[in-house]
Design a protein around this ligand. Structure first.
Ligand code: ADP
Ligand code: MG
Length: 224
């Protein structure tokens, strides 16, 4: 479970997160919406321990994210999946290698790495593209590779910040289906986006930010 309690973050005198409080249960799918500058990215960064907050607490399962030291943050980050707008793939590695690499650096044995990588490539619908390099992929396929990589440690929680920001309509649609599938398999998904079409299609819980404040929090909702 994710619990935010009175989370406030300032840049200079400007509050970019202003007394943000909400809870997310395991298995939920939450879209975090709001216009550009509303504070979505700052909130995702706070949730993954990439930025300190000035006030309030963030707890994710057993982790008090808002007060973790550097070692514990690394440990926490390995337990969550994170996807960004830019795919951050390694250009000289294939799809398979990009995904497998995350397991190699964690020291798993070869057989396990192969099995696990094949399995997440299948989830992401990338089996046929496993030997392609990133430059041989569409934007949507690159983002799916990034998602497969984020899933490789079987996280209970997946954070995505504007994952469809660089994609056309069809790739976006296909990605939305993938996020839905990942959520249906039990993973909690927190999706920050300003894309109305995506949110309207999902019809899940929508938390809306405006000037750093939560202005609405609705189940089975569209963007508005
Ligand atoms: N490192 C920073 N220094 C100063 N202001 C920042 C910084 N990062 C973000 N901001 C400001 O915080 C506000 C929220 O930004 P952000 O969280 O990126 O919003 P969103 O992701 O919803 O577009 C914006 O006004 C932005 O200019
Ligand atoms: Mg943003």
């Amino acid at each position: 479970m994710i619990v935010l309690n009175g989370v406030t973050k300032k840049y200079g005198t400007k509050k970019v997160l202003d007394d943000v409080s909400f809870k997310v249960q395991g298995g939920e799918f939450v879209s975090l919406v709001g216009e550009s500058g509303a504070g979505k990215t700052t909130l995702i960064h706070a949730l993954i321990g990439a930025t300190d907050v000035d006030k309030g607490e963030i707890t994710v399962d057993d982790y008090e994210v808002s007060s973790l030291n550097r070692n514990k943050i690394q440990d926490y980050r390995r337990r969550v999946g994170i996807v960004f707008q830019d795919y951050k793939l390694l250009p000289k590695k294939t799809v398979f290698e990009n995904v497998a690499f995350a397991l190699e650096v964690a020291g798993y044995e070869k057989d396990f790495i192969k099995k696990r990588t094949v399995s997440v490539l299948k989830i992401a619908g990338l089996e046929d593209l496993r030997n392609n390099f990133p430059r041989q992929l569409s934007g949507g396929e690159q983002q799916k590779t990034a998602i497969a990589r984020a899933l490789v440690h079987a996280p209970e929680l997946l954070f995505a910040d504007e994952p469809t920001g660089n994609l056309d309509y069809e790739s976006t649609d296909s990605l939305v289906r993938l996020f839905r599938k990942i959520n249906q398999s039990g993973t909690t998904v927190i999706l920050a986006t300003h894309n109305r079409g995506v949110v309207d299609k999902l019809k899940k819980r929508v938390i809306k930010l405006e000037s750093g404040k939560v202005i609405s929090d609705k189940e089975n909702s569209g963007y508005n």
